[in-house]
Design a protein around this ligand. Structure first.
Ligand code: IMP
Ligand code: MG
Length: 168
């Protein structure tokens, strides 16, 4: 059984709200919006369609051990090309311990971007192990394992239109 925690209408209005903030903050900047696959796929697709600024989109794939979260982190597919003077905005589904985002930021930082910011649909602050706060956050959530709207449990449930909690 999956209990709905955040409904699809609630998600969509939050996405519009975040899109408006991003639009205001990046006027006139050379923006690169990076989707962290696979989890951020729907959030990213919905968010970028709320932003009418010119920007470049790209995707990265970060490893995670099957069925686990926060294992040894590795960028399997990174960004090609020059990041010099680009304003990078990393779009992630959820920030948990913070290790994934930390790893990605440290990797991009070596390539002289103008700025690096992060945008997470969900934030589990109680689980944080590294000192990192996302710049844009959709919803703060409790320490429960969530699925849907891109989030998976062993690759299942990503296609749910809402975010839910697995119950017994
Ligand atoms: P972190 O490195 O611990 O911050 O973990 C972030 C990654 O763990 C996210 O990108 C997700 O892929 C995964 N993750 C963390 N919490 C959940 C959850 O509740 N459901 C599904 N995936 C999660
Ligand atoms: Mg993820």
């Amino acid at each position: 059984m999956i209990d709905q925690l955040i409904g699809s209408k609630e998600i969509q209005s939050k996405v519009v709200e975040i899109g408006r903030q991003i639009e205001q903050d990046y006027v006139g900047k050379d923006l690169l919006m990076v989707c962290v696959l696979k989890g951020a796929i729907f959030f990213y697709a919905d968010l970028i369609r709320c932003i009418s600024l010119p920007f470049v989109l790209d995707f990265i794939v970060v490893s995670s051990r099957d069925g686990e979260i926060s294992g040894d982190i590795q960028i399997i597919k990174g960004l090609k090309g020059n990041l010099t003077d680009k304003h990078i905005l990393i779009i992630e589904d959820i920030i948990d311990t913070g290790k994934t985002l930390r790893h990605i930021i440290d990797d991009f930082s070596t390539r002289s971007p103008a700025s690096i910011k992060t945008c997470c649909l969900l934030d589990k602050p109680s689980r944080r192990e590294v000192d990192i706060e996302p710049d844009y956050v959709g919803f703060e959530v409790e320490d429960k394992f969530l699925v849907g709207y891109g989030l998976d449990l062993n690759e299942n449930h990503r296609n749910l239109p809402y975010i839910g909690v697995i119950s017994a």
